[in-house]
Design a protein. Sequence first.
Length: 170
Amino acid sequence: MAREGANGSFLFLENELGEYLFQIMGRNYPNVGQIFGLGGRENPGEAPQETAARETAQESGLIVSPHNIRWFGAAAQAPKGQAFLNYATEYEGVMRTDADREIAKRLWMSPLVLQRNRHKVHRPALYLFILFLRWKRGLEPTPCTGRISKSIVWPHIDEEEPFVLPAKGP
């Protein structure tokens, strides 16, 4: 059960092909089958980069040193915490291929593939990825009101997707 007011930390892990690691949620989640990013709730006393490294290892089997994780921002997270957003390109190990109750599958996806499958992406995860891509390109964050939850107000996100994510190829 999530702790009220707890912070979360998320990691956008990029491979040498410019793809990002995502996961498809398993049967323990109400959003079964939806695409999510790596991350989870902070443990007491953990720094955001430590949380991102721990959650990445637990969820994917890949090891990322907290020293190689770059923090780039935060967003409000329901009910009262923050979602710390992090980025890394250096990792080691072999990605888990097993399925469990939490994660059905792990996969590397380019922004173009993610865009083509955006109807399968959990809406808050898509919003966080768009925030990340805007940061990576040196753009201002996408405006949004409310908190990152099912009740969030998405004033510009549908207009932002084609702007931030690459246009469809041939």
